[in-house]
Write a protein that binds this ligand. Structure first.
Ligand code: ADP
Ligand code: MG
Length: 700
């Protein structure tokens, strides 16, 4: 085949013409032959198989059955009436239903001969099928039918203009005639052989005209693999390019601070996962290329100590280092924690936030420039242009999802040679998604919690059970524990939320009166200093209850707090619920998370609550979240274009994605410039895809 034929404008295809071409362009974005061939079916109707009534499942599938149709009757309903008949085979019965054409059906259906019926089954106190396709079994046997029929994506406009599924199938047939069904093989033979992939031509034919279920599955696998393989090839080679182009400082030595800390001041044994990640980071820092690494670890998995030890590596090699956190509270907490850990090591550590006084700020600027300051901990204030370092070697960003790519870039520019960058996030991103979204970052995962943690017990309670919950809180306080009570804060209705919070606070204050009980309150409309003051009282144990909005979501560490109550839990997303729950379970005591809701719950809310109750595993929760919301809504994916996948599904095709990534990296190792003769077809395709900016512009 002449490959250029796929570049032919769609109007030239037999059966299209200018009018239909116009609609196809507008409705489906089909401009050339190439685009039509990549219009992949949404689903298929399997007409190879006959079901029995007792095999039907409650999933609304299209099925085909053979049996007798009897017992017609009409049922009056609010608007008009429906015709109902009984369908019977040798295993059972179900109902057939018609809302239109009832007279014709009643008069023309033969009661004494078997029919083949086809349609979607519904389940409501038994199975039924509305408006089935019907054909006498005797007729059906005579006709020749393709095994499986493709159902293509459609729109209302297309349907109105008469471009039905049947028409698309016809056009597809024309296209296969025009191209003789031959498509250039574009995967290296080594891969096709190893994975036993079917050829491109065979896959294309079977995706549109499946000859069997088996061939359809293989066609889908091959095409999904191909799509993901090229994306991974692009992402990985971009990463390799960056590493070879962007030099990083080489941290050669593991020096005295790191060793001293490890031998003397490290307050616990590192977990295996922490050790592994520190090793990964050390490798990066010694490699000569700039590190750009994402560290994922569930709440409480111990990322801070990893950050600190990486910072010590920088200091040992004569560099300064900074740790940036998204909120003042969190930055302060990091500062206090780190100062405590390194207090006897003679290191200069300072805190820079929005509320740092001008005089202190000046001093910090000056100490940064002179190189006197080793560690700067702070908020966004650190990113400001006027903050410059003598030699910033490593920048660490905590809680990545609050930071954009642009802010990361600011850190890059703090030096001539960009510092190494470690981004830490406690919002687990399913690994496959992370691989696709953060192609420019290497990924480390802490997948192990420090020993001795008791799993948090999570329960769901309705508002009507509030009194019992209050009693439980009292018991826990009596045992010396502290309690969080969190209210939702969603920007659009900030005022209302604020009212909810204040109402809640008042009723809690009534239930838990001073002086026996002390309550802190923290919310977004308070001055930072007041927030800190309240937070501080809670951290010190002066207050037993912390009433707050989600400002306490990130990072805060109060080991004695063992109960997290989340009000209107149905209004929170899964990852947010998980983050909030992570505020408890940090001490030795058994911790609890209580999700309060009204009785009115959507099915998604129910799934979220059930997931929270049933697991503490952040990655598992992230997977459910991804399934519920789709990749489109996940943080950072909005403009990612990952959604533009034509056939693969980032959620469902996890395993294929992993394989694609693996093989892409194998190829890049073996032949980074695509110079080998067996890689020429692949190279051509790669360049073609690269040229098409639309496909690649999501790569940051
Ligand atoms: P996160 O990953 O959520 O930032 P942190 O770094 O705040 O977690 O660690 C949570 C708690 O676990 C801290 O109190 C920390 O001191 C403790 N911790 C971290 N690593 C270990 C370990 N290996 N053994 C015991 N406790 C640890
Ligand atoms: Mg943390």
């Amino acid at each position: 085949m002449n490959p250029d034929i796929l570049q032919t404008p769609i109007e030239y295809l037999k059966g299209v013409g200018p009018l239909r071409a116009d609609i196809l362009r507008k409705e489906l974005g089909i401009d050339k032959y190439q685009d039509l061939i990549q219009l992949f079916p949404n689903r298929y109707i399997d007409k190879t198989r006959y079901y029995k009534v007792n095999e039907l499942q409650q999933n609304g599938a299209d099925v085909q059955l053979i049996g007798y149709i009897t017992n017609f009757r009409t049922v009056e309903q609010k608007k008009g009436r429906r015709l109902v008949a009984t369908f019977r085979d040798d295993t059972g019965t179900m109902e057939l239903v018609w809302f239109r054409g009832q007279k014709w059906i009643t008069e023309n259906t033969k009661r004494d001969q078997p029919y083949v019926i086809f349609g979607k089954v519904n389940w409501y106190n038994g199975f039924s099928m509305a408006h089935p396709e019907m054909e006498l079994f005797s007729e059906h046997e005579k006709s020749m039918r393709s095994a499986m029929q493709a159902i293509y994506p459609s729109t209302e406009k297309l349907a109105q203009k008469g471009i039905s599924n049947r028409v698309i199938i016809k056009l597809m047939e024309q296209l296969f005639m025009a191209t003789k069904g031959r498509f250039l093989e574009n995967l290296p033979q080594s891969i096709s052989q190893e994975l036993k992939l079917i050829s491109k031509s065979k896959a294309m034919f079977n995706i549109h005209f499946p000859q069997s279920q088996d061939l359809l599955s293989r066609a889908q696998y091959r095409l999904k693999f191909e799509e993901l393989f090229y994306i991974q090839l692009q992402l990985l080679s971009k990463n390799i390019n960056r590493k070879s182009k962007i030099k990083g400082y080489v941290f050669e030595t593991v020096g005295v601070s790191f060793k001293t800390f490890y031998d003397t001041y490290l307050p616990f044994e590192l977990t295996g996962a922490q050790k592994r990640v520190i090793k990964e980071i050390r490798n990066d820092l010694g490699s000569g290329a700039q590190m750009n690494r994402l560290l994922q670890g569930d709440v409480g998995s111990g990322k801070t100590i990893v950050a600190l030890m990486s910072m010590l590596l920088a200091i040992d090699n004569g560099f300064q280092t900074t740790l940036v956190a998204p909120t003042e509270i969190l930055a302060t907490q990091h500062y206090n924690g780190i100062v405590e850990l390194v207090k006897d090591m003679g290191l200069a550590v300072r805190l820079l936030t929005g509320s740092t006084k001008t005089s202190a700020r000046k001093e910090i600027h000056q100490q940064l420039l002179s190189g006197e300051l080793h560690i700067l901990i702070g908020t966004h204030a650190v990113l400001e242009d006027k903050v410059s370092f003598k030699n910033l070697g490593l920048a660490i960003v905590d809680e990545q999802h609050r930071f954009g790519v642009a802010q990361r870039a600011k850190l890059w520019r703090k030096n001539q040679i960009p510092p190494h960058i470690l981004v830490m996030t406690a919002t687990p991103i399913p690994r496959t998604l992370a691989m696709s979204l953060y192609g420019d970052l290497d990924i480390s995962v802490i997948d192990e919690l420090p020993p001795g943690r008791k799993p948090i017990t999570t329960v769901h309670r309705y508002d009507s059970n509030r009194l019992k919950v209050f009693r439980f809180i009292k018991d826990e306080i009596q045992k010396g524990r502290q309690i969080y009570i969190v209210y939702p804060l969603i920007q659009e209705s900030e005022k209302l939320d604020y009212k909810d919070l204040m109402d809640g606070y008042e009723s809690i204050a009534r239930e838990f009166p001073a002086p026996e009980f002390q309550i802190s309150i923290v919310h977004g409309q308070m001055k930072p200093a007041d927030k800190d003051y309240e937070m501080e009282r809670f951290i010190k144990g002066e207050t037993q209850i912390m009433v707050a909005t989600t400002v306490i979501e990130v990072g805060v560490n109060v080991p004695n707090a063992s109960v997290m109550i989340i009000e209107s839990a149905e209004r929170f997303g899964l990852s947010q619920l998980h983050q909030l729950r992570g505020r408890v379970g940090r001490g030795a005591e058994q911790s609890y998370c209580i999700l309060m809701t009204s009785h009115k719950l959507s099915s998604d809310s129910k799934t979220r609550l059930q997931t929270m109750v049933s697991t503490n595993d952040g990655f598992e929760i992230a997977e459910v979240d991804l399934k519920l919301r789709g990749p489109g809504d996940l943080m950072g994916t909005q403009q990612s274009g990952i959604l533009n996948l034509k056939i693969a599904d980032i959620v469902k095709d996890n395993d294929i994605l992993k394989a694609a990534r693996h093989y892409a990296s194998v190829i890049l190792k073996k032949d980074p410039k695509f110079a080998m003769s067996e890689h020429q077809a692949m190279r051509q395709n790669y360049l073609l895809l690269n040229k098409d900016r639309k496909i690649w512009n999501y790569i940051s």
